[in-house]
Design a protein around this ligand. Structure first.
Ligand SMILES: NC(=O)c1ccc[n+]([C@@H]2O[C@H](COP(=O)([O-])OP(=O)(O)OC[C@H]3O[C@@H](n4cnc5c(N)ncnc54)[C@H](O)[C@@H]3O)[C@@H](O)[C@H]2O)c1
Length: 455
């Protein structure tokens, strides 16, 4: 970044300070960039050099925003993955197996957390306690107790937490948000939302650490946090009560046979889910070559006995503003995507989004807007380039390129949004385990709002 670019961004932040004190949201990274006596680049440390940390928040950040940010430290508990991660990212910085040592020695402006879900809270809390802004991958955390600890740490810190909800940034979801806010279907009353993971991507969750509740909180937290965040954002109210069902009846011990990993499996020839990790040199370098350090198998058998998450889930959610949601998640569909319908007092807004399918890919998404006693309008939204329909790029532009960028669609998410989305998943998990409805208010001390969550 040139000095003049940096100066203008700092000037903007300084000049807009009085404005920001009002209704405007002060972006946490904008605070991090207000570095009067520090070098121009944002100094970033990252913990968790797995596939996400290396790519989305590592190599790609350095390649795209290298003039604005620099890595000052990388950390991971697996020293082999850490060494490969540094090479892959192309960062010229020290590496640390000891996270505390990294924080103390590098004193970064921002910390990126891309570790396994159940460990996010440890690093988020330590970062906030050390007076550092934190950018965490979703899900913010995996249970209500860790969630409360994060909220407490942020309240006691002068710094902020951003949760990277990339799904909000995809163009068709933003259009749905605009149409809802514009009142095109009158008052929103209920939502039908059904998400289908296919036999490739869906199955992959059952190969990895995600297959255990203790690591990912179940797919109701690990995966559905995206979907519940979208619902909270679209509906613009807080969830109040949740009732859910879930079963494991396709993967895990329900499978016809099993082995530890696909490598060396005696059933490789007959198993539809056989997956050869050695076909990807990147994955071999990341995982199989570093099994000696932590015993982690990236190509675990989807039928292992230790799978304890659900593979089909149905959730009913009642919101503070009385909107009712019927949500489901299926993990072994022939194609991947989702159906959504918003029912309102004046009409219905629908989409059938195909994220991956065995036949020709669509080049655009369609939204159907049908007015009661009126016409149907078909709104076509071309796909954005890049991961998650262009969402990944747009999110990173906001975080790393222009943190002061206006946020008219409220796509930037903080700890409250991170909490509210995981709490629906936690409530659903608790509901399945306890066979009773769960009230969100009983999980943390967040005061629920009927509307205007973003205000
Ligand atoms: N937003 C999205 O679309 C998206 C997509 C993929 C992953 N993610 C999130 O990114 C995160 C990382 O996922 P991934 O696919 O890269 O997983 P991964 O298993 O490839 O990487 C996780 C890394 O964390 C390290 N780790 C685990 N516990 C640790 C600890 N206590 N201390 C230090 N390091 C530790 C592991 O060694 C590993 O290198 C997860 O939270 C996941 O939910 C988000």
């Amino acid at each position: 970044m040139t000095n003049s670019t940096f100066q203008s961004r700092r000037d903007f932040i300084a000049k807009s300070g009085s404005l920001l004190a009002g209704s405007f949201f002060i972006h946490p990274i904008a605070q991090a960039l207000d570095l009067h006596d520090k070098p121009a680049k944002m100094r970033i440390a990252l913990v968790g050099t797995g596939v996400r940390g290396c790519s989305m928040f590592g190599k790609s950040v350095l390649e795209t925003y290298g003039d604005l940010v620099e890595f000052v430290g990388l950390s991971d508990k697996n020293p082999g993955r850490l060494a490969y991660g540094k090479k892959y990212i192309g960062a010229d910085c020290p590496t640390y197996v000891d996270f505390d040592q990294m924080l103390a020695e590098t004193q970064p402006d921002a910390l990126i957390v891309t570790t396994m879900d159940s460990t996010h809270h440890e690093f988020i809390i330590k970062g906030l306690q050390a007076g550092i802004n934190v950018i965490s991958e979703k899900p913010m955390t995996t249970d209500e107790f860790k969630c409360q600890a994060i909220l407490d740490a942020e309240r006691e810190s002068s710094k902020k937490l951003i949760v990277t909800f990339n799904y909000r940034y995809s163009p068709h979801r933003q259009r749905l948000y605009e149409l809802l806010r514009a009142g095109e279907i009158g008052d929103l009353t209920s939502v039908d939302f059904h998400w289908y993971l296919d036999i490739h991507h869906g199955a992959d969750y059952f190969r990895r650490w995600h297959r255990r509740k203790e690591f990912g909180g179940s797919l109701l937290v690990h995966k559905s946090t995206h979907h519940f965040d979208l619902l909270n954002w679209w509906i613009d109210s807080d969830p109040e009560e949740v009732y859910a069902f879930g079963e494991l009846e396709f993967y895990g011990k329900k499978g016809p046979y099993r082995h530890t990993t696909c490598r060396g499996c005696p059933h490789a020839g007959e198993c539809d889910f056989f997956w050869d990790i050695t076909k990807s040199q990147h994955l071999v370098n990341l995982y199989t070559e570093n099994e000696e350090y932590d015993g982690y198998h990236r190509d675990g058998c989807v039928f292992r006995d230790d799978v304890d998450i659900y593979d089909k889930m149905a959730v009913q959610i009642k919101y503070k503003n009385k909107v009712q949601v019927s949500y489901s998640l299926t993990t072994y569909s022939p194609y991947e995507g989702y159906r959504i319908a918003f029912n309102g007092t004046k009409g219905r807004l629908e989409a059938w989004i195909k994220e991956r399918q065995p036949w020709e890919e669509a080049s655009a998404d369609e939204i159907h807007l049908t007015k009661n006693f009126g016409e149907r309008e078909i709104i076509t939204i071309p796909h954005g380039g890049g991961g998650h329909g262009g969402g990944d790029t747009r999110l990173k532009d906001k975080v790393f390129k222009d943190p002061s960028m206006a946020d008219p669609w409220r796509q930037s998410a903080g700890s409250r949004d991170g909490a509210m989305s995981i709490l629906i998943g936690v409530a659903a998990r608790n509901s399945i385990e306890q066979s009773k409805p769960i009230k969100i208010q009983d999980l943390t001390d967040i005061e629920l709002k009927e509307t205007g969550r973003g205000a």
